[in-house]
Structure formats: C-alpha cells, structure tokens
Ligand binder design. Structure first.
Ligand code: 6GU
Length: 245
C-alpha cells in the first residue's frame, strides 16, 4: 500500500520509522511519503493560513498550497472511478472511524491523508479533491484534537496492521476487540496466582468448549457494561434473563 501524508508537521511522522509499521516499510509492504505543505507555498513567509471569510475566531488553511500538494500526489491522468485513490481528511466533522472502515481502507492501493490545522481547511480543497479522488472526512470520535496529525497516526496504525503480512500472526487479528463487534475477553498468563489474585479456574481446565463459552460470556458481559451500543439486538438482553411472557 502507498500512503501519502500532507502536513505542516512532517517531523511528527518520524515515529512511523519504528515498530511494526517501520518493519512493514522496510519490507516494502507499506510505502510512505510525508509532504510538508509549506513546500507548496509560493510566498517568502511560506504562508498556509488566512482569516475566515464571514468572520469568526481562528485561521483557515488556504486552498492554493493544498491544490499544489494534491496535484503532485494524485495521478491526474486517472479518471475518477472505483480505482481512484482515497483521500482522507481527518476532521471532527467526519464519519466515525471504525474497525469496519479500517478494514475497508486496508484493501486500498493508495491512501492520502490531508492533515488540517487551525479551524480547518478551505472547503474548496475538499470539493476539488473530490474531482480527483474518492474523498472521505473521518473523525476518531466526539472530542476535539488540535489537528489531523494524531488522528492520521491512529488511522495509519489501525489500517496498517490489517495489511496482510504486517502482523506476524494473522490469528491475533481475529480474536481481538471489535473484529467480531464485541469487546475482547480478559487475558491471563503465568503465574497462576499473583498477589492473591487467581487465574479463573476454567482457563486451567483443559476443557476447550468451556473455555470458549467462558470467553464469549466475558465478551458479552464487558460489552453490555461499557459499550451496550455495540451489541446486536439479539444479544442486547442478558441471555439468562427470563423470557418475556
Ligand atoms: Cl479526525 N481531527 C480533529 N482535529 N479532531 C478530532 C478528530 C479528527 N477526531 C476526533 N477529534
């Protein structure tokens, strides 16, 4: 997969040199281009923002540097179709980033992240990019970050580890939180007793069916307790609840 990032803080993404994604880059599974938006300005001060039309607090990112940066990254000869690159603008006003969206994006050959700062990017940048690419505004959740950089990092990590070969043991992708719509069950390792806390005996029983049932029950219990919104309707009531008359 090819990933391009446009940002005014390119040094921010040096952490992508290390760990799992660093190795994926070394082995060629992920190809990364980080582009400094200021390199696409044409004035002496390398200006990327200006005051908002209509008034209001804060600054808005100017369209011209974005246009130059995107033109350089996107293949302008391509027509806008199902195989057009995907451009993601991280934004608290976007659709929610989920494991499902991460899975979808992990299958793409090219992703471009446009990191906005200040109060946002001139809307015409999004409109223009939409004529060249499949554009998505994506939010991490209902809170506000200072810019798209941290959100981009989170998305690249979630997407990158779903690319075949990036995570060593593919089975570890199957049993984790959210891959089946439920939160993960609790895990234990040796010793069997630690500071007075014991490992649940069922995990030592060798009874694989009982272990599987216990783990599934734990997933349901956890999900019901903290994320009932994730439960499918048929699991939304406790399984041991008395059937309604
Ligand atoms: Cl994607 N961007 C910003 N600036 N704030 C956010 C966000 C994104 N997701 C949640 N908050």
């Amino acid at each position: 997969m090819r990933i391009d990032i446009v940002t005014i803080f390119p040094e921010f993404f040096s952490v992508l040199d290390v760990s799992l994604l660093g190795r994926a880059r070394q082995t060629g599974l992920i190809e990364l281009g980080v582009h400094d938006l200021r390199d696409f300005t044409s004035d002496r001060h390398r200006t990327v923002d200006d005051t908002p039309y209509g008034g209001g607090a804060g600054m808005v990112m100017k369209p011209e540097p974005w246009g130059e940066a995107l033109d350089g990254i996107l293949d302008l000869s391509g027509t806008l179709g199902a195989d057009a690159p995907v451009v993601i603008f991280p934004s608290p006003a976007g659709e929610l980033f989920t494991q499902k969206l991460a899975q979808e994006l992990a299958a793409e050959p090219q992703l471009v992240f446009g990191c906005g700062r200040y109060e946002g990017i001139d809307q015409r940048v999004v409109d223009y990019a939409s004529t060249r690419a499949r554009v998505r505004l994506v939010s991490l959740g209902d809170y506000v970050l200072n810019g798209g950089e941290v959100a981009t990092m989170a998305m690249i990590e979630a997407i990158g580890r779903l690319i075949p070969g990036v995570v060593g043991n593919p089975q570890s992708l199957v049993e984790e939180s959210h891959s089946d719509g439920l939160l993960e069950y609790p895990s234990y390792t040796k010793p069997g007793e630690w500071r007075g806390f014991e490992v649940p005996p069922v995990l030592l029983s060798g009874n694989h069916a009982a272990i599987a049932k216990w783990r599934h029950d734990q997933q349901l219990e956890r999900t019901r307790a903290v994320r009932p919104d994730l439960l499918p309707p048929d699991l939304a009531v406790a399984e041991d609840a008395a059937p309604r008359a």
